[in-house]
Design a binder for this molecule. Structure first.
Ligand SMILES: Cc1ncc(COP(=O)(O)O)c(C=O)c1O
Length: 381
């Protein structure tokens, strides 16, 4: 199987208004190089002191008592499941409208993913959860899609009623709030990704688990590093899923210097798009709610003639994307779960109508106006 990513990178290079600006977002790399030089001179590449600093910074950012850095966002989900002793014979309730990693982590842990549909806002439909609970259900894994919090007070009360764990896939949601509260307060763990396309990003892979539960945190610190208590004592068998010290340096730099601006720019770009697109009858926008602070990792609209509009925007040098055209229950990998077309009508509808527009911190106001004008032109033709 070939690596398809180099081709994807090439595709993006040509456009005037891009979805992501990987080069620009690290244009000040020389400043980071200076800090990396210190790591190279010191040689503390694995779980070095920058990792400890990063964990402190991350815990503060997410309002958590404990932040455990790991290799990536997928491992953050998997290790959460493992630390909560969820595996073979267990069921975990999640959504089919997500990036495959959410569901993949459940399958890798040996448990069975059970889907409930999403709502028009792309997030788990909390009214469908109770029907999906069986004797085997051990956890709920909501995904805060696109940077919008799920209805966590309702999900938390269902979990309490049925004695279930909550693992929140928070890959998109650094900086968000639910009713002004940090999301860590609504479950056992929140898991984050620092993939280069995420709002807080590093130069490769990186992830975080946050929790307020000390014994869970202690387990996670152990299993992300082979279960080692110290150099010679193994408490439990674990994994090698450590955040590289070099990536911790990058994450520290970004948290210190960039993240607040990234978050506020994405929010203001999205508010502007909401306003400018509101009158267009061909477009359905996600309704905003005051109790949700969204951070817009993605900005979705639902549109008529989606594929044609996408092509038209790209032809006009605007990078529109679909996240994602095939919900997970209809993927080849999910065949063994025996779901079929029509099982999750909202997820399937969104997969056919959803379009993501650029809201990156480098997008200028005149770019946003141009995107909106180009969409209007498309529907006039
Ligand atoms: C919703 C969601 N969950 C989990 C992940 C996995 O994160 P990572 O790529 O860091 O493993 C991603 C990554 O794109 C994601 O979008």
């Amino acid at each position: 199987m070939k690596n398809f990513l180099p081709q994807e990178y090439k595709k993006n290079e040509k456009l005037n208004i891009n979805h992501s600006y990987l080069v620009e977002q690290f244009a000040d790399y020389s400043k980071v190089f200076k800090e990396i030089e210190k790591v190279v001179k010191k040689g503390d590449y694995t779980l070095g002191s920058a990792v400890d600093i990063c964990e402190k910074n991350f815990a503060k950012r997410t309002g958590a008592k404990f932040a455990i850095s790991v290799g990536n966002g997928t491992d953050a989900l998997l290790l959460s499941l493992k630390a909560l002793s969820i595996g073979s014979g267990d069921e975990v309730i999640t959504v089919p409208y997500t990036f495959v990693a959410t569901v993949g982590s459940i399958v890798t842990a040996g448990a069975k993913p059970v889907f409930v549909d999403v709502k028009e806002d792309y997030n788990m439909d909390e009214t469908k959860i109770e029907k999906a609970i069986t004797k085997k259900t051990k956890a709920i894994m909501p995904v805060h899609w696109a940077g919008r919090p799920c209805e966590m007070d309702k999900i938390k009360s269902i979990a309490k009623k049925y004695n279930l764990k909550i693992i929140q896939d928070s890959a998109h949601i650094i900086g968000a709030r639910f009713k002004k509260n940090h999301l860590v307060n609504y479950g056992d763990t929140c898991t984050y990704s620092m993939h280069p396309l995420k709002n807080l990003n590093v130069w490769g892979d990186g992830g975080f688990i946050v929790t307020n539960n000390k014994s869970l945190a202690d387990k996670l610190y152990l299993i992300r590093n082979h279960g080692l208590k110290n150099r010679n004592s193994v408490e439990v068998f674990g994994y090698n899923s450590r955040l590289d010290t070099i990536q911790a340096v990058v994450a520290n730099y970004k948290m210190r210097n960039k993240l607040d601006n990234i978050t506020s720019k994405r929010i203001s770009n999205s508010i502007m798009l909401d306003k400018l697109l509101a009158k267009n009858k061909n477009i359905t926008l996600v309704k905003r709610h005051k109790h949700l602070k969204e951070v817009f990792h993605l900005y979705h609209i639902n549109v008529k003639k989606r594929d044609k509009l996408k092509k038209y925007l790209i032809k006009n040098n605007i990078d529109a994307k679909v996240h994602y055209p095939i919900p997970v229950h209809l993927q080849k990998a999910a065949k063994f779960l025996k779901y079929k077309k029509g099982d999750f009508p909202v997820a399937e509808k969104l997969a056919n109508t959803s379009l993501s527009l650029p809201v990156h911190e480098f997008i200028k106001k005149n770019h946003i106006k141009h995107v909106v004008n180009t969409i209007e032109k498309f529907y006039k033709n």
